[in-house]
Design a binder for this molecule. Structure first.
Ligand code: MD3
Ligand code: FE
Length: 205
């Protein structure tokens, strides 16, 4: 079985329980100002099973008419995204090994039955910047392959507090979330999983 691509790094248990709770407080504030919404797939309008919101100067959104893109405002409220919490900026500065700050933090919320199909992240202009992912709440089975859809994949479990850094060639690897393991974390009172992905979107000048 193929393993994790060379330039993908997983940092198991990177965040302590206290750090996870503090981050969750930040996310709660973000969701108050920018509620989770159900994105729709381009062209078909099929609803995604993951609910989303963002913070930062840009946020990733999708809908039937305009498809995948980054924009500066929430698609439902029309308001600018909340600012990126200092705690997330610090994580990026500590771990990303990239000389510019992230512009977007996509917040994905998975209920018990949610999953995310295998895909590449290619809506950013700058693939030289890594993607930094933080998992909170219930564990999941994460799948990652190569840069072709037909490449073999490996699956691994991501737990609350784990961080994944995708740099170099792994930045364009196919990946997805096969399933959530309900009841595996006490962090979220009502269960489910939150994933945060910090991204640089535009090419720094
Ligand atoms: C590998 N999120 O938001 S995070 C996404 O758990 C996304 O919510 C998943 O895929 C989640 O686009 C996976 C880990 C991750 C994030 C970005 C990647 C893995 C990646 C980009 C390239 C390769
Ligand atoms: Fe992705």
């Amino acid at each position: 079985m193929p393993s994790l691509p060379d330039d993908a790094r997983i940092l198991p248990d990177h965040l302590s329980r206290n750090e996870q709770e503090a981050l969750l407080d930040d996310i709660r504030e973000i969701v108050k100002a920018a509620p989770l919404y159900t994105p729709a797939m381009p062209k078909t309008g099929k609803p995604m099973r993951v609910r989303m919101t963002n913070c930062g100067t840009l946020g990733w959104v999708t809908d039937k008419a305009q498809g995948y893109r980054y924009q500066a405002f929430h698609p439902v409220t029309g308001k600018p995204w909340p600012v990126m919490p200092e705690r997330l900026l610090s994580l990026w500065r500590e771990l990303a090994d990239y000389p510019h700050d992230p512009e977007a933090c996509l917040v994905n919320f998975y209920g018990q039955d949610a999953k995310l199909g295998l895909h590449q992240d290619r809506d950013e202009e700058d693939f030289d910047a890594p993607v930094l992912s933080v998992s909170l709440g219930d564990s999941c089975r994460f799948r990652i392959g190569g840069t072709s859809r037909s490449d073999g994949t490996a699956s691994l479990r991501l737990n609350s507090g784990d961080i994944v850094l995708l740099a170099g060639r792994s930045r364009l690897a196919y990946h997805g979330v096969d399933r959530i393991y309900p009841g595996t974390s006490t962090l979220l009172k009502n269960g489910g999983r939150i994933n945060l992905t910090l991204r640089r979107v535009t090419r720094p000048v």
